[in-house]
Ligand binder design. Sequence first.
Ligand SMILES: Nc1ncnc2c1ncn2[C@@H]1O[C@H](COP(=O)(O)OP(=O)(O)O)[C@@H](O)[C@H]1O
Ligand SMILES: C=C(OP(=O)(O)O)C(=O)O
Ligand SMILES: [Mn+2]
Length: 572
Amino acid sequence: MSATSRLRQLGTPYVTPHILHKSYAQDADADDDTVHLVGKQIEYFSQAGFDMSKLTLKRNASPAQLYEDAIRNEGAIISSSGALINFSGKKTGRSPKDKRIVFEETSKDNVWWGSVNIKMDEHTFEINRERAIDYLNTRDLVYVFDGFAGWDPRYRIKVRVVCARAYHALFMNNMLIRPTEEELANFGEPDFIIYNAGQFPANRFTKGMSSTTSVEINFKRMEMVILGTEYAGEMKKGVFSVMHYLQPVKFGQLSLHSSANVGIENGDVTLFFGLSGTGKTTLSADPRRQLIGDDEHVWSDKGVFNIEGGCYAKCIGLSAEKEPEIFNAIRFGSILENVVYDPITRKPDYDDVSITENTRCAYPIDYIPNAHVPSVVDRQPSNIIMLTCDAFGVLPPVSRLTPAQASYHFLAGYTSKTPGTEDGVLEPIPTFSTCYSAPFLVLHPNRYASMLAERMAKHNVNCWLINTGWTGGRFGSPAGRRCPLKFTRAIVDSVHNGTLAQVEFERFEVFNLDIPTSVPGVPSELLNPSHAWTDKEAFAREVRKLAGMFIKAFAVYENDVDVSVRAAGPQV
Ligand SMILES: Nc1ncnc2c1ncn2[C@@H]1O[C@H](COP(=O)(O)OP(=O)(O)O)[C@@H](O)[C@H]1O
Ligand SMILES: C=C(OP(=O)(O)O)C(=O)O
Ligand SMILES: [Mn+2]
């Protein structure tokens, strides 16, 4: 079925694409161009089967209009710096246990079914889809946002979001690649549609449902349905899941949960891999480098491109001193999610985590001063930085990885889940999140890992493992603390200015990692965990424990990899 006829099933909604433009159209003195554009748009949407008599449907409404609607209808407020403060209700993080993929003939042999990708049958998808559309039909106002995912025109897809909250429409306006007026006029049929009816619950008695929340992707229909969660991050990660499927399967390119930036002087490209909360967004915003993107990229045959048109930064503990680029991106057009504010001044309080620790801000990429727009580079990466947040405080702040170790650590994906990002996670929980993207992984990890190894070898890329997590002791212990951001930044600088390639290295036993003996701007005793820990016995215990966890977790991949990769992990 075509996307157009799928939209027809929306039934009743539609008045006019740009409601503001409609009033221009009725105005005899209105600019001719505007009337012309509106005329075409209306024609397109009438052809798509919308009955424009009942609902008001706004397509690609301006941020100013969405602000007004969100304030009027959703209780949103304007922050002291001009951002829109919104609340997502009960769910303030993703709901991985309620995320499903439809099992059908196109997905059944491609998808890596198991704990991450829960199966849903086609019929149940139809039930939930209809439920979402029925709900949208009951609203006075429905929003459509049409945009792109992927900055490289060869490998991008057209995405349509249909939702009932202005907050969600503005979020996707910021996170997708915003079309020009011309691109919007010629948009045609979308490749992927998200129906977000998050305010309305799933029916717990529908076969296969385990709660009132349901987030599901159907690759045959190329649609996503959201019920029972208003957390906006589900939409952007839904788009990522689709690209994590389409890039390898359809385009033969490598999608990665990573940030990316490019050196202003040398034009060298760095990819930062990492699960949520490991520092992709924070570390990729760097005054010496241009930002390509903070979260989702494709390493293509030509270079690197961002999938998104914006960033989604964590706000916990945010300050102008520590993270100036992000702090200053919070202004008109940005969305602050679940952030507590002063009722008089409307000043956000980034230290207040009473709603959630997963407070967020979504802003268009060009709000970062050094953004590289269009966010695509015709250059292969020079460095890969694998970010891990080690709650045990065992891994060194930085180590150099051999190609075999890079494959090993990419497949193992060791890190911690950050409090709040997923429903029910209250403290850093150690996890092995394969390809640093388990919640969004669609294909077997080896499909990504083998493409990565091949590209790294072909382009001779350096690889570094950086622990942005605990040092000197484990999470919760008196001696342990998170590696101070300024030291991690100094380490990243030393990767980029070439010093790290020059310094001396020593062996970190058990994990067999090479660690530098000195890095400018970082206290040397911090670099080697066996020096950073004062309680040596406790340290030895934690090393053995973590090594054992690696060995157990890697057993799943052991038979699929080269003997050198198998040998690249910790040895006890
Ligand atoms: N050493 C460090 N490196 C990176 N981030 C750190 C560090 N110490 C604390 N942080 C904090 O950890 C969080 C990292 O989150 P973020 O950059 O949004 O991660 P991601 O983009 O990978 O989800 C930020 O709130 C940042 O201020
Ligand atoms: C938004 C998320 O990830 P990240 O912190 O990597 O942006 C997420 O995991 O829901
Ligand atoms: Mn991020």
